[in-house]
Design a binder for this molecule. Structure first.
Ligand code: HSE
Length: 413
């Protein structure tokens, strides 16, 4: 009998139980033995749940039950989840999770503990919701040197930006809708400020390059300052605005990792990834470009990845699946300062006589592109700089800020 426990009965936890129980027969066939969920841990009461008989409030019920082989930690956060995961792995119980905050903060350590105790720590659901990306990166693409990973890694922000772009909906209304649909984190700040996407690019980069990239090493900015004016200027120049996470290897072996909104050209495949969908582009030196696409958030898409990991653990009881990366806490220099890399920037400025500044701006940046929009106010201009070192762009904008307000600054993809 393959016995499973689920910790956390929120959106992902209830989805995991629902999907597992719906497909229990076929899951049992795939594993090769009868499988069931024995416990669901949550501090709240669910008297009307069809699974009320499996509910517990005691973590010890799970920890001390030798029949439990696999635990799905879908409680989130880095406090209880960290403590529970560590203790379960130390007891030789495999843990699967959608908890990107924990994997991004403690992945190297927890993977090491799992290996030492002949069990597994799997986290397919932590990146891209239902999109298979961890396993393909770790296995199918393992023969490649990974040159770059980049993409749309947060469903909530992609949903918000899509509503802003296609329906001119305000940021606040679109966020409310995303929360109602169960896409957002408990505290949506992590979504809209880019922290959630940052954790995901850290996990992908750590896996691809074998060294833990901690979120503190990655420059991260979100979408809260994007306005409908920026959306309109971007559209007139042939772009859409997307929150993009990326990591790539530089020639000297160090990594460039960053999360920020970007202007993505309409012709790029990522530009047509809308709503809650995520897309992750991986470039390998053998395979070239590969694109992974699917629902990046939501109850059942995320549960799909959690249940897939549960099955893998049940099938490989006491067999460690090769998945690990080294700690890097002693070396904070392998991720370069993003200001030192070349980028092209969309800039919107406001000044009393904005037109009069054009000559000075052109002199600063050389060849640049001005963008128009219908009913553009006289005190506003928008332009896209040529590709140049970001610190040089900032130096120019610092000079410009003496005579204008820098209202927006968005990198071009
Ligand atoms: N809040 C996350 C998102 C959930 O919107 O992508 C999936 O990780």
């Amino acid at each position: 009998m393959g016995n499973v426990a689920v910790i956390g009965y929120g959106v992902v936890g209830s989805g995991t139980v629902e999907l597992f129980m719906k497909n229990r027969e076929s899951i049992s066939k795939k594993v090769g033995m009868d499988c069931d969920i024995k416990y669901i841990l949550d501090l709240r009461d669910f008297p009307d749940s069809p699974f009320a008989d499996r509910m517990t409030k005691s973590f010890d019920d799970i920890l001390n039950d030798d029949e439990i082989e696999v635990v799905a930690e879908v409680v989130g956060g880095t406090t209880f989840a960290y403590d529970y995961t560590k203790r379960l792995l130390e007891k030789g119980k495999s843990v699967v999770t959608s908890n990107k905050a924990l994997v991004a903060a403690k992945g190297a350590e927890l993977l090491k503990i799992a290996k030492e105790h002949q069990c597994n720590y799997l986290f397919e659901a932590s990146v891209g919701g239902g999109i298979p990306i961890i396993r393909p990166l770790n296995k199918c693409l393992a023969g490649n040197e990974i040159l770059q990973i980049s993409g749309i890694l947060n469903g909530t922000t992609n949903f918000i930006l899509t509503k802003m772009i296609k329906e001119q909906m305000s940021f606040e209304d679109a966020l409310k809708m995303a929360q109602q649909l169960g896409y957002a984190e408990a505290d949506p700040t992590a979504d809209v400020e880019g922290e959630d996407a940052c954790r995901k690019i850290c996990i992908l980069g750590s896996l691809a390059y074998g060294k833990h990239i901690y979120p503190e090493m990655v420059h991260c900015s979100g979408i809260t300052r994007i306005t409908l004016d920026d959306v309109e200027y971007a559209a007139n120049a042939g772009y859409v605005i997307k929150l993009i996470g990326s990591v790539r290897k530089l020639e000297d072996g160090r990594l460039n990792a960053i999360v920020c909104p970007r202007l993505v050209a309409g012709s790029n495949l990522l530009a047509s990834v809308d709503d809650v969908y995520n897309a992750i582009s991986v470039t390998g030196d053998g395979v070239g470009d590969v694109l992974f696409y699917g629902q990046g958030a939501g109850k059942l898409p995320t549960a799909s990845a959690v249940v897939g990991d549960i099955i893998d653990c049940l099938k490989h009881h006491h067999k460690v699946l090769a998945l690990s990366w080294e700690d890097s806490s002693a070396d904070d220099k392998f991720v370069v300062n993003y200001k030192e890399t070349d980028v092209s920037m969309y800039v919107r400025i406001k000044a009393e006589d904005a037109e009069a500044l054009k000559a000075a701006i052109s002199e600063m940046f050389g060849k640049l592109m001005y963008i128009e929009r219908a009913n553009r106010p006289d005190n506003e201009i928008a332009f896209i700089t040529p590709n140049m070192k970001e610190s040089d762009i900032d130096a120019n904008l610092a000079i410009l800020s003496h005579s204008a307000e820098i209202a927006s600054k968005i990198r071009v993809y």
